[in-house]
Design a protein around this ligand. Structure first.
Ligand SMILES: Cc1cc2nc3c(=O)[nH]c(=O)nc-3n(C[C@H](O)[C@H](O)[C@H](O)COP(=O)(O)OP(=O)(O)OC[C@H]3O[C@@H](n4cnc5c(N)ncnc54)[C@H](O)[C@@H]3O)c2cc1C
Length: 534
């Protein structure tokens, strides 16, 4: 079962070794363990529904609570401290397109808002209620999760938009295919959510970003149904699919989507590389990317993330062995880890590995073929569970991300990190801050920053700490002309920064476009931009 107030399933917990806790405490100080609000206490806050009874909807308090918030930092504070105060009035779990259309028509007539709900893994407040005065229906696509059609000749598949990552891969695997979109939230996030928030998977070099995978589908809007045929490519004017990608529920409800799929790969392996310092790793990384080497995943961790990853892996013996070996190779405190994967044919993989090794060695890198890559692969979807352990030990953690040209990314990284390091100086609080370059392009690299600080017994004070840090880092990002999000989307948390990126005319164009499909503003109000009602 899914946790109601944290990340993941209730039957799994990350092994958080005592040594890992000591590592964190040494840097930021001892954490204050504050008990969570109980489910019973929070359930008592769920008010009577303002919506009329409907056979397609439930008003069960626990289901409404579970659809109230996602996984952003403010969401965690609200759910863990029990300060959540807005709940959908009802939750619908439609099983057919007719049901979705009936709900849209009711919402139009009855003047209530609709929030499409995929897996609820948003980290920027995508599914939160912004308009408290109008009743809200959360439309959970969870039952709309079937493989509808597979074209094994064209390598495409059509799925219900509520299908979750693992179910999608299981369905394709039986036919010898893979989708290959692996965000770290894979376990719970859905196809519709990925499209609506422009998500990016870890192996996007081989499989493509979601915008390269999304071919077409059916979007139910308050003004009617938009059919998007699955053209491989089209020169017939602007591509409407681009407006659906990143629409964050404002344009309508995507009930099904056709996507590109790939045959199961003949070969796949994950590798680690250690470099003596950041500069060597960075130079190697850029050379690999600009040489367009055929890897499926590539990332470079800075020295603090390298150290923290090893310390928090929960594998003390292996890590101490690796440490000794690396020191013999001359890789000390400054060492940085690169991770890469090769996916495809065995013959192609062999050639790519040779090229990768050549560049890595040229920059004094040591390629490790058996342990580090496997460790990362095995824990790629379980690492997020560590946030639960940290929280329960008194530590708050969040991440932020953007993308910058190669010529700027290293300098901006330093600036963002400094803003975070110094962000709580007035309270004498120290932070752990580290980064990796997570997705690369020939012209630039996406910067992914993680920061950890101590929370307090008070929800507002903890939230204030986060707000200070988030604002300081976001201002550095936009001042340096970075996008406010490379992969997490806009939602509420990034909304103040979107006009800086799009400009006033761009924002007006976006509003006008979406209002053609939703003239009365009932679709997920407040996301991307504010509405008159808020
Ligand atoms: C631990 C963790 C790791 C993460 N890792 C990554 C990562 O590696 N890469 C990445 O890109 N993101 C990542 N995310 C962010 C998040 O998982 C993505 O934004 C994801 O795409 C959200 O999908 P979802 O199905 O959970 O959507 P939800 O959170 O339910 O909704 C997100 C938005 O999409 C809209 N929406 C959902 N379904 C539909 C639909 N059928 N029709 C219309 N609109 C819809 C919602 O209204 C909302 O605006 C991570 C989040 C967590 C918590």
């Amino acid at each position: 079962m899914k946790r109601w107030n944290g990340w993941g399933r209730t039957d799994y917990s990350y092994h958080f070794a005592e040594s890992s806790k000591t590592f964190v405490e040494k840097i930021v100080g001892a954490g204050q363990q504050v008990p969570d609000a109980s489910l019973e206490t929070v359930l008592k806050k769920v008010p009577r529904s303002r919506l009329p009874e409907n056979p397609s909807c439930t008003t069960d308090a626990e289901i409404r609570l579970r659809h109230a918030r996602g996984q952003s930092f403010p969401d965690w504070v609200a759910m863990r401290y029990g300060t959540v105060n807005l709940f959908p009035d009802a939750v619908a779990l439609p099983t057919s397109q007719e049901e979705i259309e009936a709900l849209l028509s009711l919402a139009k007539q009855g003047h209530f808002n609709l929030i499409p709900y995929g897996g609820g893994t948003s980290v920027v407040g995508h599914i939160n209620i912004e308009d408290a005065d109008t009743p809200t229906l959360s439309v959970d696509l969870g039952n709309y999760n079937q493989l509808i059609h597979l074209d094994a000749i064209s390598n495409t598949a059509t799925f219900g938009a509520g299908v979750r990552g693992p179910d999608m891969e299981d369905a394709l695997k039986t036919h010898g295919f893979r989708f290959g979109h692996y965000p770290q939230s894979h376990e719970f996030s859905t196809l519709g959510g990925w499209i609506a928030s422009r998500s990016v998977g870890t192996q996007c070099y081989y499989y493509g970003r979601i915008e390269q995978l999304f071919l077409g589908g059916r979007l139910h809007t308050p003004q009617g149904t938009l059919e998007m045929p699955p053209f491989s490519a089209s020169a017939a004017g602007p591509d409407l699919r681009q407006f659906v990608l990143g629409s964050e529920g404002r344009m309508g409800i995507l009930s099904q989507a056709t996507v590109r799929i790939s045959p199961l790969p003949e070969f796949e392996h994950f590798y680690g590389v250690f470099y003596p310092d950041w500069e060597s790793g960075f130079a190697a990384l850029r050379e690999m990317v600009q040489a367009r080497l055929d890897v499926s995943m590539l990332r470079l961790l800075d020295r603090f993330e390298t150290e923290t990853t090893l310390q928090l892996s929960g594998k003390e013996k292996l890590v101490s062995l690796a440490d000794k070996g690396l020191r013999i190779l001359g890789m000390g405190e400054e060492r940085c880890m690169m991770l890469f994967a090769i996916t495809g044919t065995a013959a192609g993989a062999h050639a790519t590995l040779r090229q990768m090794q050549h560049i890595a060695r040229k920059h004094h890198g040591f390629v490790e073929k058996s342990m580090i890559g496997k460790m990362w692969f095995d824990s790629r979807f379980t690492t997020p569970y560590l946030r639960n352990n940290l929280w329960e030990s008194g530590f708050a953690l969040d991440t932020l991300e953007s993308v910058f040209p190669w010529s700027k990314v290293a300098a901006v990284k330093d600036e963002v990190e400094a803003a975070l390091f110094n962000g709580l100086q007035d309270e004498n609080e120290r932070l752990i801050v580290f980064s990796h370059l997570s997705h690369m392009y020939t012209d630039g690299a996406s910067l992914y920053v993680t920061y950890l600080f101590r929370r307090t017994a008070d929800a507002d004070q903890t939230l204030e700490r986060w707000k200070k840090l988030k604002k300081a880092a976001s201002e550095v990002i936009v001042r340096n002309h970075g996008t406010i999000s490379h992969q997490h989307g806009v939602g509420i948390d990034h909304r103040p920064y979107l006009p800086i990126e799009k400009g006033a005319l761009g924002m007006e164009g976006m509003r006008n476009f979406y209002s053609t499909f939703d003239p009365t503003g009932i679709m997920n109000p407040g996301k991307l931009y504010t509405d008159g009602k808020q």
